[in-house]
Write a protein of this length. Structure first.
Length: 556
């Protein structure tokens, strides 16, 4: 032990300081601050994404500048290149939201809240697309995976929710372009794939060229070595775009049938186009009788059959004697079968109505009919009606729900075996394909676009008919109450069309064909294969990224 003397000799003892409060660690910014900082850092890129979405909308009718669809894909590919999944998802959403606002502005007739609401729902499908583009952009040949992911996005959007909403597919912006013939091989999904692959390859070229341009300031960087692959990617993109020219589009008719398409017109556009009962029906009856007078006078030849549009009869002709008498007056005058679009009360379910195309023969009266298989949610039926009607009074404008049919619309109308597709059904691959495979030799799209007249919606729907003509090798007749009625050749050429909100009659010799295209035979297989490949590649990219992060942590 040390003595007191030893302690004193050692000098005064200084006691250890008591631990005081630790200095506060610098506060990390919260999630909102980090989000705000990220927003400020990427605002220019976000504006580019919004502009690309609007450009994509302009690729569709009525503006119809189809190369912008390639540009939009390329821009999103560049924006998501090397980003995190969250950043990619955000850019995908921004592009899609502005795109659908521009594309679906025709819904403003119902209300701008409808435009915004549906655009928001559709834009959510681009969130995983953007995240997937970001993840796969680190893989070899990433433009291929990007194109597959575009197909996957449309695959999902075409099916959910409530049966899906296929509007705005890349294929529908390319219904008269070098890509269009590819529809005969793999349908609309293959056209989308080719457009997306072309855009992604151009994005690859841009990404490779940017360092080459920077080498002008940094001579040490071999710009030529970077530029050559970029030029190769551009050449490959051009080859993909031109591939459609190598696809034969057969148009030879096995035989023909003469048709007359009656566009009776409506009294007023908009939500209340129906007006008083019998008005629209009388318009079509009068136009048909005028056609019969022209036939009797020798001004035109008698057609083999007459086509009326969707909702040509706004009353059930089976239950309303006045409506039945009016239709029979028109049929007797022209002397040939008429395909009548009518709203028919469901025979067993009270409160339901069916949207039908009815073959009305001058000798036997009403015969075969087709019932629309895919009624439009909130337009022809109200999902969760009891709950939603309490908060959305506007739903009262859909007083009765439409009941769906369950069979393809193949009908013998006079000497022709026609496939009936009603209105928005032309946007759904399976409905049109099943109709052709069931024996339709030509297609009729009965439609009523009076609600959306002069908004661009009829032009967008007519573009779908052009793609379907090539996809299935069938002539297509669009019969519309107020326009646009049209005759489309099997190669997608519009041979005749009417103006909107005019009474008009088109007469044409319609080619009938029996051969099926490759797209008819393979069905949805190309879509499932491309979508599945894209999703599997994305999953693989995520796994590789996680392993890479784990390896880096272990090395540290």
């Amino acid at each position: 032990m040390a003595s007191d003397t030893d302690t004193e000799a050692a000098g005064p003892q200084v006691s250890a300081p008591r631990p005081g409060p630790r200095p506060a660690a610098p506060r990390r910014p919260g999630r909102l601050r980090r989000a705000g900082a990220a927003l400020r850092a990427h605002w220019r890129a976000e504006l580019v994404a919004v502009a690309a979405g609007l450009a994509l909308a302009a690729a569709f009718p009525p503006i119809d500048i189809w190369p912008l669809s390639i540009v939009a894909v390329a821009v999103l590919s560049v924006l998501t290149r090397g980003r995190t999944g969250r950043q990619g998802a955000w850019f995908g959403f921004l592009l899609a939201f502005s795109f659908f606002i521009g594309l679906l502005q025709w819904l403003r007739v119902i209300g701008w809240d409808t435009v915004v609401g549906l655009s928001l729902v559709q834009a959510l499908f681009f969130v995983p697309l953007g995240a997937g583009l970001a993840a796969t952009s680190r893989l070899p040949v990433w433009p291929l995976w990007a194109a597959c992911l575009w197909v996957a996005q449309e695959w999902a959007r075409d099916r959910v929710p409530l049966g899906g909403f296929p509007w705005g597919r890349l294929a529908f912006a390319n219904t008269g372009t070098p890509f269009t013939p590819l529809a005969a091989l793999g349908g609309a999904p293959l056209v989308t794939f080719a457009v997306a692959l072309t855009g992604a390859l151009l994005a690859w070229a841009v990404v490779r060229l940017l360092p080459a341009l920077g080498s002008l300031r940094r001579p040490a960087l071999p710009g030529r070595a970077v530029a050559l692959p970029a030029l190769g990617a551009t050449g490959l993109a051009a080859a993909v775009a031109a591939a459609g020219y190598a696809v034969p589009v057969p148009t030879d008719a096995d035989d023909t049938v003469s048709v007359a398409v009656v566009q009776g017109n409506v009294q007023q556009p908009g939500m209340d186009f129906l007006g008083r009962p019998m008005l629209i029906l009388n318009n079509h009856v009068d136009a048909t009788i005028e056609l019969a007078d022209d036939v009797a006078a020798g001004r035109v030849e008698r057609p083999d059959l007459v086509l009326w549009p969707e909702n040509a009869s706004d009353l059930d002709p089976y239950r309303e004697p006045e409506a039945r008498a009016a239709i029979e007056r028109a049929v007797d005058a022209i002397g040939v079968p008429i395909l009548v679009g009518a709203l028919v009360d469901h025979p067993t379910r009270d409160g339901y109505v069916e949207n039908q195309g009815i073959v009305w023969d001058p000798e036997t009266g009403p015969g075969d009919s087709y019932t629309k298989q895919h009624p439009v949610p909130f337009g022809e039926y109200v999902p969760f009606r009891e709950q939603l009607s309490k908060v959305i009074s506007r739903l009262e404008r859909v007083p009765r729900d439409f009941y769906p049919g369950d069979e393809p619309g193949v009908l013998d109308v006079g000497p022709a075996r026609l496939g009936d597709v009603i209105c928005f059904e032309v946007a759904y691959d399976g409905i049109v394909r099943d109709t052709v495979n069931a024996g339709a030799r030509a297609l009729v799209v009965q439609t009523n676009n009076a609600t959306y007249g002069h908004t661009g919606q009829p032009e967008q729907q007519l573009a779908m008919s052009r793609l379907r003509a090539v996809e299935h090798g069938r002539a297509i007749v669009t019969a519309a109450t107020s326009g646009i009625s049209a005759v489309v050749a099997p190669d997608g050429t519009i041979e005749q069309q009417t103006e909107e909100f005019t009474r008009d009659v088109l007469t044409a010799e319609l080619p009938l064909r029996d051969d099926r295209t490759v797209a008819d035979r393979v069905g949805a297989a190309p879509e499932w294969a491309l979508a599945g490949l894209g999703l599997l590649t994305w999953a693989g990219a995520v796994v590789l990224a996680r392993r890479g992060r784990a390896d880096r942590k272990e090395s540290v």
